[in-house]
Design a protein around this ligand. Sequence first.
Ligand SMILES: [Zn+2]
Ligand SMILES: [Zn+2]
Length: 252
Amino acid sequence: MTPVILGVVVGLITCEVALFTTSLYLHRALAHRAVRIHPAATFACRITTWMLTGIKPRQWVAVHRKHHAFTDEAGDPHSPVVNGFTKVLFGNALYYRAAARDPEVVARYAQDLTPDRLDRWLLDRGLVGLGLAFAVGVVLLGWQAALVAGAVSVSGYLLAGGAINAVGHRFGSRPYPNTATNSRVLGVLIAGEGLHNNHHGAPTSARFAHRRGEVDPCWWLISLLTRSGLAKVRLNGVHVRPVRSSTAARAS
Ligand SMILES: [Zn+2]
Ligand SMILES: [Zn+2]
């Protein structure tokens, strides 16, 4: 296998690992408290988030909760309706960064997530995490394959985030009365996150697939963790009464 092919394969795998970790840990567990994860699995998620994304969880959570509070209206950090479809699809990371670096956003929307010693000493340094992942890649794969893997993984992750926030609020079906949309293709590719209309309809549900034919791969992971005693689901779609997500987020 050539270094380029090896790098593409490894990059796609690490990109999927990052997307599953984001959906499970940052989104469903931290932002919405839909699932509780065992401390050992939480530690693994923190390290994975640090090394594959460089994201600070409390910043991600704050930006995302603000998105639910002001969905597709002024105040939404990344809305295709407010900012434009193409800008959010390809520039989502810039919109994210602008909101994440606003201390008022973090203080207001993630006040329940205070940084601990591990965050202050290590995990808040995102570039160190990404650099460490690259160094591991160089040792295991060689520098050429590691470079390709890093480029594929990071660009795939950024595009996936842009796709959820842009496509997931523009194209697809709207079974629940909110502005987000369901895309089954994005659902399969992006850890179930493409079922975005379902998620805005029932934000505290740990399961994003609500009807026949919808696929939520992250829910399979959650089911596996639950059976292993590593996770506990608070609510799933069956028991959640759909609400307009922005109203619910403001009320909470
Ligand atoms: Zn949304
Ligand atoms: Zn959400």
